[in-house]
Design a protein around this ligand. Sequence first.
Ligand SMILES: [Zn+2]
Length: 493
Amino acid sequence: MKNRALALLLCLALLASLAGCFRIVPKAPEAAPAAEPAPAEAETEPVSPAQPAEPEEPAETVTSPAEPETPAEAGGPEETEEPAEPETPPEEAGPRYFREVWHGDVDFSALSYEHYDAARFDALTEPVYSLARGGGDAEDFAAADEALRTELIYIYTLRTLASLSFSADPSDDEAYEEYSYTQDLFNAAWDEYQQAMHTLAVSPHAGLLGTRYEAEIIDSFAAYEDDDGAMTALLKEKNELIQDYYRELAKSRPDYDEIGRIYVKLVEKAKVYARSAGYENAAEYSYEALYSRDYTPADSEAVWAAVKQYIVPLMQDYSYGAWQSAERLSRARDLDCSPEAILAVMEKHLPSLSPELYTAFRYMLDHGLCDLDYDEGKEETGYTTLLYSVNEPFIFNSPYGNFQDYTDTFHEFGHFSNYFYTESDLLFGLSDYDLSELQSQGLELLFTHYYPDIFGRRAEAAQQVLLMNMLYSLVDGGPFTTSSSSGSTPRRT
Ligand SMILES: [Zn+2]
């Protein structure tokens, strides 16, 4: 972490000299890999060019479009209890903005990881091939389809558990191997699932698909082309580079030259991957396949002109003062920035800010769904992910040990509550970074109301730094519309 602080200062100095403005604290604006692989979850993209939506690990998945069902009943890791209705604590009064969503009511500590044998998934595809050959009724197909989708969700949940273990200690060889293994496992299973559905979609018994899937998805099955694992292999190489990047970064003495070399390789790999997927460049691929944006990099250029005209001058005028404030806040010895202190502040203020958010907060604490502790060996990132089998979000954060951890935790909890109150569809849902950042950055801003209580005489300085970060996220968005952008930059989301 000390090294990171040094690197940050060097970066700030460089940025300041180049652009006359800089970001006060390192925080991920938008457009990352979380899903690309979500940085942390950097991106897992079981993909094929013809695919409707990427089962990405969006750190921030927001929707559930086409599928009527929820992955909830998936026999997730150690899921032993009956789905329980979310509780509504007595203190929760006032307007409700969210609908109730099923959660597994399982403590994180009760979830167990297993090294999954890919043959198990192979066997589950056989009934679909059998239906393609000889036909069957809707019930037969429902059973076969449900088993496959439940298993995909289970495998993905194992992958998420493996990624959390890797994030907790990237130097752990076993965690590294298992995370790689589960990424490949899920990507291969996703391919197999599509291959099986394709076989049915082009068979005389294709009508069975209509009992479980929308026409658009059936079309995508019919158009699916097996590439003999070519894309999956590219994805594997990309994912390994991302893991190597974080592994090197988490060392007590990171080799920054090596990190730079890995990053350059990652950019190159992202370009190759994007072109193989049929896109002009990585930015185009990311816009469409990862971020599900309905506007293009060219469309967004209209915004950048305004950013240049209005936001950049603001940053030039105020960034130095904000930087000084950040410096002072970072050195404040009397400011308790421990996870316990931050959670206590949330416990105190969330009930008045939003009873529904408080319900999600209590669920998080009661089920151990966050890892916020300081540890030099942790992956240097922060993200929120979803344990699909039990439909429970989880926050991972490697804190700095300073005031920034407050806003980072508020930010991630915004993502947590978004996951908590939505039904994210792993297989056919879309991830939308723009929308999900409303939840996270929006919560950061809402918490400024409590800054006098949280930061005391430093409240104004903390607010100044936060506002500068928000401005910076606008300025920082520009480079991600260019073709040189990798679309898979490891970053905090
Ligand atoms: Zn975020």
